[in-house]
Design a protein around this ligand. Structure first.
Ligand SMILES: C[S@@+](CC[C@H](N)C(=O)[O-])C[C@H]1O[C@@H](n2cnc3c(N)ncnc32)[C@H](O)[C@@H]1O
Ligand code: SF4
Length: 367
């Protein structure tokens, strides 16, 4: 089974109004010490063989070219040269993805970029609390292409406050004009503790569904493969690292708040930045939570991940034993459907996936 390596960079220029990812604004002065801490943690996992690499955030492109070189050196020294990974993704925000950094990333051997656009409309970007404009995205995208990146993902969001179907569709069409090989479209989730939550913003689920249906229609017509709930790829550009998550494969997560999954044990590092740095400087473990998934919980987790892939699941005897009744109920209700030997989310189930997933997560409902 293949294994992924994830490295978390928890720094952002400004915190967006919807985001509850582990990331901190105004802490750029800590990036150098953080990289040093990452170096210590990487040494603890030295030589674990990983086939895919994902540097995510936060905003990895906030690192300077010199800091990107340092990070690449840590990866090379403790794992393998970056070009030897089957896929190596670096997450970037438009305003900080400048030509000098693109050149450094290519030189280091990264072969994939994931750029967060969210919307092509500057008023929507402002509402989201983004620090870039649509024009800055176009500049960054063109620089990435001319700098040699052919494998690029772009993130869009649907269901934004005040967003109309027409406006969402125009963002999607503008993005389609660029024909990036991979597009992720996420329906806005209002997360507790974010400014959107505090402001009492509520998503119009009916409108959001229309946007996601339009996404499916336009991207399918344009030749994109809808292979995961939120992800579309031109043939051959499906994200290898993310596929490992959905296939319940192992991954090593390095950095503040990073999650690892190895030998059936899921663990998470502290999400307090200073604590992470302190632990790594003092030879302490940064892990604050770990659990061994066994029996029904493990099977449920793997099913929940597997059903995210739209191709569906060829059910094992164990999966049928633990969740056969639930799966049958979802088939009767039209949220899951049988196709040949597989069971997959139906068109309806695609938009009510959380309803299905709830069945696979403890505490389990009585069958
Ligand atoms: C790891 S996050 C952020 C990556 C990068 N810093 C950026 O902002 O572009 C990856 C993507 O998740 C999506 N996302 C983050 N928070 C979300 C939320 N509350 N609801 C829906 N999508 C969200 C955004 O599309 C974002 O680009
Ligand atoms: S969405 Fe991206 S840029 Fe915005 S706060 Fe979250 S991680 Fe940072």
């Amino acid at each position: 089974m293949k294994r992924g390596l994830y490295i978390h960079i928890p720094f952002c220029k400004q915190k967006c109004n919807y985001c509850d990812f582990s990331s901190f604004a105004g802490q750029e002065q800590r990036i150098d010490t953080y990289l040093q801490a990452l170096g210590h943690e990487a040494a603890l996992h030295k030589e674990i063989v990983c086939q895919t690499l994902y540097v995510g955030g936060g905003t990895p492109s906030l690192l300077s070219a010199g800091q990107i070189e340092r990070l690449a050196k840590i990866i090379r020294k403790n794992f393998r040269p970056i070009p030897d990974f089957e896929e190596s993704t670096f997450e970037a925000n438009p305003e900080s993805l400048i030509p000098a950094k693109i050149a450094t990333l290519r030189k280091a051997g990264f072969n994939r970029l994931s750029i967060g656009l969210q919307s092509f409309h500057n008023d929507e970007l402002k509402t989201l609390g983004r620090v870039h404009t649509a024009e800055q995205f176009l500049q960054a995208y063109e620089a990435a292409r001319s700098g040699g990146f052919t494998n690029i993902n772009v993130d869009l969001m649907a269901g934004l406050p005040g967003q109309t179907l027409v406006k969402f569709t125009s963002s999607l069409k503008k993005l389609l004009d660029l024909r990036p090989p991979h597009i992720s479209v996420y329906g806005l989730q209002i997360e507790e503790g974010t400014p959107f939550f505090t402001q009492g913003i509520v998503c119009d689920q009916v409108l959001m569904r229309q946007m996601l249906e339009e996404t499916d229609k336009l991207l399918s017509e344009a030749g994109y493969h809808h292979y995961e709930i939120s992800n579309y790829a031109l043939p051959g550009y499906e994200a290898k690292h993310n596929l490992l998550y959905w296939q319940n494969a192992e991954y090593v997560g390095l950095g503040c708040a990073a999650v690892s999954y190895r030998g059936g044990v899921r663990s998470q590092n502290t999400s307090v930045l200073q604590e992470y740095i302190f632990d790594m400087e003092n030879g302490k473990t940064p892990i604050v939570f770990s659990e061994q998934l066994t029996g029904k919980a493990q099977v449920g987790e793997s099913l929940m991940l597997a059903f995210r892939q739209l191709d569906g699941v060829c059910l094992s005897a164990e999966q049928k034993k633990w969740f056969g009744t639930e799966i049958e109920r979802h088939i009767q209700n039209g949220l899951l459907t049988r196709v040949n030997k597989k069971v997959k989310l139906s068109t309806e189930g695609l938009y009510l996936a959380n309803e299905v997933f709830r069945s696979f997560v403890a505490p389990f409902e009585d069958a």
